[in-house]
Structure formats: C-alpha cells, structure tokens
Write a protein that binds this ligand. Structure first.
Ligand code: ZN
Ligand code: ZN
Length: 129
C-alpha cells in the first residue's frame, strides 16, 4: 500500500488515497480529479505525475487479514446531499474519513457524527472499476 496525496499532484486539496497498485491508484485519482477538480481526463503529464507520486510514496503496512480487500465506494448522496462526490477506498473507515473531509470542505459539516459515519459505512458498495 502506498499513500498519494492530491497535493503531490499540484492541487491545493487535502484528498489522499491509499492504493496497492499504480493501476488502481490511477483509476481512483482520475475519478477524484473529475468529480472534485473538473478534470475530464488524465493527460500524459498527469499519468506521469501520479506514477512518480506513487513511486515516491513510502510503502505503508495495512493489516487486512488474509484476504486482499477489494475497493468499496460510497457517495455524498448517501448522506442526503445533492452532490456527485464519491469516495473509493479499501475499508468503510477510510471511506467515512474521506467523505467526512469532503463534507467539511464542500458542505460546511464541521461535526461528522457517528451516525453519519455508520451510514456511510453501511452504504459502501463493492466498487468494480
Ligand atoms: Zn483533490
Ligand atoms: Zn458532497
């Protein structure tokens, strides 16, 4: 697992993503850039920057038990906002974190309640590229 931040791609943004492979990261970053920054498609330059960011990131240990977890996704809509934001991560906890950060920045939700976190976790669906 390696963690890449949107900031390392040149955006003033607190978003970050943990990914096992460059390919997975590429997909998730492409979606983030599209949904949040209005970037319609990755350019060759961005692909290069993402690869570089991935390779420069320190490998981190994520204890996942025996099975390799798939990615899950939940969206801001699940919380009742009319909003296209979607967050993709390995676990419900990571997704709840990502959506909490988004809810604060985009919707001014300063207190992300236990109920909201539980709701996001329960709404998280397996994500198939
Ligand atoms: Zn960003
Ligand atoms: Zn939203």
């Amino acid at each position: 697992m390696r963690e890449v931040t949107c900031r390392s791609l040149g955006h003033d943004c607190g978003w970050k993503q943990v990914a096992r492979t460059e390919e997975l990261l590429m997909d998730v970053v492409a979606i983030h850039l599209r949904d949040v920054h209005g970037v319609p498609a990755l350019t060759q330059e961005m692909v290069g920057a993402i690869k570089q960011a991935f390779n420069n990131a320190e490998p981190i240990e994520v204890s996942t038990g025996d099975a390799e977890p798939g990615l899950k996704a939940a969206s801001c809509k699940d919380l009742g906002f009319d909003c296209g934001f979607r967050y993709i991560a390995q676990t419900g906890e990571l997704i709840a974190d990502g959506i909490a950060m988004h809810a604060r920045e985009a919707h001014g939700i300063m207190e992300f309640s236990q109920e909201m976190a539980a709701r996001v976790k329960s709404m998280a669906q397996d994500w198939k590229g």
